[in-house]
Write a protein that binds this ligand. Structure first.
Ligand SMILES: Cc1cc2nc3c(=O)[nH]c(=O)nc-3n(C[C@H](O)[C@H](O)[C@H](O)COP(=O)(O)OP(=O)(O)OC[C@H]3O[C@@H](n4cnc5c(N)ncnc54)[C@H](O)[C@@H]3O)c2cc1C
Length: 301
């Protein structure tokens, strides 16, 4: 049986929950579907930073609870399922592994996937030393040496968090040039147990969990002993379900216009999945609000 809605939001992170709350509060029947349940990235974050609209120290899970209450309080429905396909027609058909839904409008808010290194053996070490979440897995490495792969602000923020409890924390920044005037970078590099290195990760070693990471630094290779490796590089969206209904940038993120419209009629994208997103809670919420308002405007009357 297919259940019909006015709007379906795919992804229940900040962008999706915010959009769903706006659409439902506007009196439309709205379903928000997520493969994991509500929260997205925020579920795995400790105290959020750079969130001017939230009380200082608000944690990711606390904010998820408030966004979920808001969306459900407004009347949005939540479902768990991984969207496999999106088909146009008189209405959109959204297919998960086990259910089919239709809606007049669809908002894609599926964020970005975990960081990747793109090397052999990566999958073998996933959960065996390789992680993407300092708040969840950092405590496992208290006192042990760890490495962070990535140079964007959130990778560096995670490194600061890890350095509070880890032994030596090595941050491998690839070819990125860090802005040494940035207070976050100044703070990170001032920590006595932190080393920030350019370089490329070539391989992972260890029999029973991770024991060392092979680094290339300008042609010189070395195995650096670490127990935990936190990877934030090359995070990509997974929007195969939208096929060629959308256009994408070189990072596979969905291009939208100023009203979050993603090309096809009554199809929108919001949050980190959107081309040009700066990747922050505030911006994902603003995207979600804009997409929600655009749906209300398009379906009114
Ligand atoms: C390590 C790290 C720390 C960060 N810390 C901060 C911070 O302190 N402050 C700040 O402002 N920003 C921070 N950010 C950025 C911020 O968390 C994100 O910009 C924001 O959460 C993105 O929200 P979103 O809704 O676009 O995507 P997400 O939160 O990624 O949500 C996308 C949702 O879509 C779901 N989904 C994906 N594919 C499908 C599918 N096919 N079917 C169904 N569901 C699907 C996923 O399960 C997920 O729940 C951080 C980012 C990282 C990586």
């Amino acid at each position: 049986m297919t259940t019909s809605f006015d709007a379906i939001v795919i992804g229940a992170g900040v962008a999706g929950l915010t959009a769903a709350a706006i659409v439902a509060r506007g009196g439309l029947r709205c379903l928000c579907i997520d493969r994991m349940g509500p929260g997205g990235l925020l579920i795995n974050l400790g105290a959020l930073v750079d969130c001017p609209d939230l009380p200082a120290g608000t944690s990711g899970p606390d904010h998820v609870a408030s966004l979920t209450d808001d969306a459900m309080g407004a009347g949005a429905e939540l479902a768990i399922g991984e969207v496999q396909s999106l088909r146009p027609g008189d209405v959109w058909t959204v297919q998960t592994e086990s259910e089919s839904f239709t809606a007049r409008a669809v908002i894609v808010a599926t964020g970005l996937g975990n960081g990747r290194l793109g090397i052999d053996d990566e999958a073998r070490f996933e959960g065996q030393g390789l992680s993407h979440c300092a708040a969840c897995d950092g405590p496992l490495y208290a006192g042990a040496d760890v490495m962070v792969a990535g140079a964007d602000r959130w990778a560096l923020q995670e490194a600061i968090e890890l350095a509070e409890t880890a032994g030596r924390t090595t941050v491998v920044t690839g070819t990125a040039t860090l802005d040494t005037a940035d207070p976050r970078i100044r703070h990170l590099t001032s920590l006595p147990n932190v080393a920030v290195l350019p370089g490329r990760i070539l391989g992972l070693q260890g029999e029973d969990g991770l024991q060392s990471v092979v680094l290339d630094q300008g042609g010189r290779q070395a195995a650096v002993p670490v127990r935990g490796l936190f990877v934030y590089t090359d995070r990509r969206p997974a929007t195969d379900f939208a096929g060629d209904l959308v256009t994408r940038d070189e990072g596979l993120r969905i291009r939208v216009d100023e009203n979050q419209r993603a090309g096809a009629s009554l199809l929108y994208a919001a949050g980190d999945v959107r081309a040009g997103a700066v990747q922050s809670v505030a911006e994902a919420a603003a995207d979600g609000r804009r997409a929600g308002q655009a749906v209300l405007g398009a379906l009114a009357g």
